[in-house]
Every structure is written in structure tokens, then in C-alpha cells.
Ligand binder design. Structure first.
Ligand code: GLN
Length: 455
């Protein structure tokens, strides 16, 4: 096959199914075909190495990552006309690996949401059942892989936004350790929690993509200067003697019976493979969800101040500057984004700062210490990725709190900064269930090892 064949095939599939699924916000067809042709020419002249692992593969990018000359909206009206003048580092690294960006993917506006229903452009549907949500906020990234439109995508995860849609769509999604992948060029939601990561069909594919995007970047001061290990070497299938902790809070009330049953079967399988599983506890986990929403909204309220109609994106011009800001932001941001800005501004205001923001920071430290304590004894921790299977479109839109609770099993890892993967773990009621595997800081290798052995 030629690269042109591969990329053509991807667009063919997109045209067959994406009217129904709604994963893509923008297609980059002309450029992608031209790039494919160029790679084919290089190949025929012996100037390129086709054994390079991602060579010529089509990829989709979540629309909150900068793509040079390609509209980037974060699914918001306020960025409806925004064309970046540079690539996000993760995007640049994929281009360096000779992949081909076929388009930009649907998401919840500014990555705020768990169902992709907060996209200001269009609905994204779960390919397993079109009446259900694909999860969020990287719903397009997961749905595009699950429906065979592209072999892999990039998503971002602030409180579960890679893992939850991966679980809902029956694919593999990794949130790397905070600092492992550069955030340069990722439109910031909550800078101390955001991470970019790969969504793929298999654990092996995931490791290939991660190998390319991980590493230090001087343009992101929170990226860490630590060598990137060979993730592929970790995929041995051998987990004999490994110690696995199963936090009892992850299988408590609120987790559907069908999900619990699949997780219990997964634990039995891991024991069969020679690991030992023991019940453990994350005592502060019950405070993680409120702490996450206070911290992430606080950071969002500061990060989103830059969208004022002057420096970026759409401007709703009025006679006075203040009125221009007001009109631009009132019309440009959707309801959920406004809700977060108000929550965050409140939590950061003098008089409330200590009661909310400082308190939430203290909880964050306790959650992180809970993980550190367990990782003295256990190689990985395991539980479900989500408490339920994908819900119906529209079912939770009137009730933001119910929507927030979808992250109850994922946002702790962002607070602690540890890596976590979601891998498919059978079905309940004919819908996919995700198994979550959580590792020590910078130990994606062990996470991949267990995920691969299980898969
Ligand atoms: N659902 C969570 C939220 O709405 C997580 C979002 C994310 O990880 N980007 O904040």
C-alpha cells in the first residue's frame, strides 16, 4: 500500500460514517492528500524510511491543540475564526514522525464536560449506539477511533477526558504522568491538571504513539527532563508476581452492577496471569470530586481571561472597550464555560479564597499522599474507569452535578498527577466497559505492561 492509499481509505471511511457519528469538526483533505503524495515520492526516491513506526498513518487531533494554519476552535464560538500560527509540540512531534493530520476532532467546549454535549458546533454520538454519548471531553477523539475513521488520535485529560470517552467507546486511552508530554500549544483549561495523551485501538498502538509524543520541551516549563523509556519493551505479557491494589472506594455504591461484574472478572484474569490483587483504600477519595471542580474551575477562570475579543478569535465590536469584552464573552462562551468561570472566580475571590481554593489545594495534597502510600506496596492500582456504561444523549444535560459525578473515578489521578490508562473490559448491556490501570509517577511502562497482558 502507498501512503496515498492509507489516507484515501481514512477519508472514505470518514465520509461513510461521520455524518452519523459527528467526530470531526474540520477535515484537512486537500493538504493531507498533498502530504501523502509527497511521502510517496520520498519513498520511491529512497529518501524516507517506511519502517518508521507511524510512517504515513492518518491521525486526528482534538480541536484544543494548535495546528498551524488549520482552524482550532476548542469547539467554542469564541474561536470560530482562529487559525494558529504554530503547532502544539505533540502535534509537531507527530508531523516529525511523518503522520498525516486528516482533521480536527469534536469535543466539549474548552474541554469542559463528560459527554461531548457541550460542543458548540455539533453533536457527537457513540458508534456503539448512536442514541448514546461518546463521553467527553475528547468524545470525537474516541469515537473516530472506535468507528475506524483513523487508527489513532490525540486527546487531552484534565479530569478524565481521555479515559472516560475511551471507556465509553471501547478503545484504549492513556493519561500520561503530569509533565511527561508537553502542553505547549494545548489550549489551557486547568494548567496544573491538563495532559495530552493517545487514544488507540490497542495498547501496543498506544505505546507507539506515546513513544513519539513524550519528552521534555523547553517551551513547557512543567514538562519534565527525564529520559523517555522504550515503552514497547514493557509489552512482555509477563505480570507474574505483580502486586495490584484494588481501592474499595472504586467499587462502592454508585458503580453499576454490570460494570462491577466485568471488573471482578478482570481481577480474576489478572490473578490467573500470576498477579496478586488485594483490596486497599484511598481514604481521601471522597473529597476529590469537589476539590477537582474547585481547582479546575479556578484555573479555568484565569486561563479563559485571555479570550476577550481583542487578542484572539471572534470580536463583537461595541463603542466602548468594556462593552466589547462583555458582548464578545457573553455571546462567545457557552453555558457550561460560563458556569465554570463563575465558580472559579467565586472560589478565588478574597473572602472565599481560603475557604475554597486553599482548602481544595490541601485536599489535593492528601489525595496525592494516599496514592504515594499505596505505591510503596503496590505496582499498580485497578478499578473501573466510569461508574456506568455510556448514557443516553440528553439524559444528564439538565443536571450539571450528575454530569460532574461521571468523573468520580478519574479526576483523582489528575489531582495526584499519576498516569492512568483505560482499556476495554467486555460489555454490560451490550455497551463497552473500561478497566482503569493506575501507575506511579513516570511509570507508564508498568501501566502498559499490565494493560497489554490483560488485553
Ligand atoms: N469532565 C471533566 C470536566 O468537565 C473533565 C474534563 C477534562 O478532563 N477535560 O471538567
Amino acid at each position: 500500500v502507498t501512503v496515498t492509499d492509507l489516507v484515501k481509505e481514512s477519508f472514505k471511511r470518514i465520509k461513510e460514517v461521520d455524518d452519523k457519528v459527528g467526530a470531526f469538526l474540520l477535515l484537512n483533505e486537500e493538504n493531507a492528500m498533498a502530504q501523502a503524495k509527497k511521502l510517496d515520492e520520498q519513498l520511491s526516491e529512497g529518501k524516507a524510511d517506511p519502517s518508521e513506526i507511524l510512517f504515513g498513518l492518518p491521525v486526528g487531533i482534538k480541536d484544543n491543540m494548535m495546528t498551524l494554519g488549520m482552524k482550532t476552535t476548542a469547539a467554542s464560538q469564541i474561536l470560530d475564526n482562529f487559525e494558529p500560527v504554530y503547532n502544539a509540540t505533540a502535534v509537531e512531534k507527530l508531523i516529525d514522525a511523518n503522520t498525516i493530520t486528516v482533521g480536527k476532532l469534536n469535543m466539549d467546549e474548552f474541554a469542559m464536560g463528560s459527554s461531548n454535549e457541550n460542543s458548540s458546533y455539533k453533536l457527537c454520538r457513540n458508534p456503539w449506539d448512536l442514541s448514546r454519548v461518546p463521553g467527553g471531553s475528547s468524545g470525537g477523539s474516541a469515537a473516530a477511533v472506535a468507528s475506524g475513521q483513523v487508527p489513532f488520535t490525540l486527546g487531552s485529560d484534565t479530569g478524565g477526558s481521555i479515559r472516560e470517552p475511551a471507556a465509553f467507546c471501547g478503545v484504549v486511552g492513556l493519561k500520561p504522568t503530569y509533565g511527561r508530554v508537553s502542553r505547549y500549544g494545548l489550549i489551557a483549561f486547568a494548567s496544573s491538571l491538563d495532559q495530552i495523551g493517545p487514544i488507540t485501538r490497542t495498547v501496543e498502538d498506544n505505546a507507539y504513539v506515546m513513544q513519539k509524543i513524550a519528552g521534555h520541551d523547553h517551551r513547557d516549563s512543567t514538562s519534565v527532563d527525564k529520559p523517555v523509556p522504550d515503552y514497547l519493551k514493557a509489552l512482555t505479557g509477563d505480570i507474574k508476581g505483580m502486586k495490584i491494589g484494588v481501592p474499595k472506594e472504586f467499587l462502592a455504591a454508585g458503580v453499576e452492577d454490570g460494570v462491577k461484574a466485568r471488573i471482578k472478572e478482570a481481577l480474576a484474569k489478572l490473578e490467573e496471569l500470576g498477579a496478586t490483587c488485594e483490596e486497599v483504600s484511598l481514604p481521601h477519595s471522597k473529597y476529590a470530586l469537589p476539590a477537582y471542580y474547585i481547582l479546575s474551575s479556578s484555573e479555568a477562570s484565569a486561563n479563559l481571561a485571555r479570550f476577550d475579543g481583542i487578542r484572539y478569535g471572534v470580536r463583537k465590536e461595541e463603542n466602548e472597550l468594556l462593552q466589547t469584552y462583555k458582548k464578545t464573552r457573553s455571546e462567545g462562551f457557552g453555558d457550561e464555560v460560563k458556569r465554570r468561570i463563575m465558580l472559579g472566580t467565586f472560589a478565588l475571590s478574597s473572602g472565599y479564597y481560603d475557604a475554597y481554593y486553599t482548602k481544595a489545594q490541601k485536599v489535593r495534597t492528601l489525595v496525592k499522599e494516599d496514592f504515594e502510600d499505596l505505591f510503596l506496596q503496590y505496582d499498580v492500582l485497578i478499578g473501573p474507569t466510569t461508574p456506568t456504561v455510556p448514557f443516553k444523549i440528553g439524559e444528564n444535560v439538565e443536571d450539571p452535578l450528575t454530569m460532574y459525578v461521571n468523573d468520580i473515578l478519574t479526576n483523582l489521578m489528575n489531582l495526584a498527577g499519576v498516569p492512568a490508562i483505560s482499556v476495554p473490559c467486555g460489555q454490560a448491556d451490550g455497551l463497552p466497559v473500561g478497566l482503569q490501570i493506575i501507575g506511579k509517577h513516570f511509570d507508564e511502562e508498568t501501566v502498559y505492561k499490565v494493560a497489554h497482558a490483560f488485553e
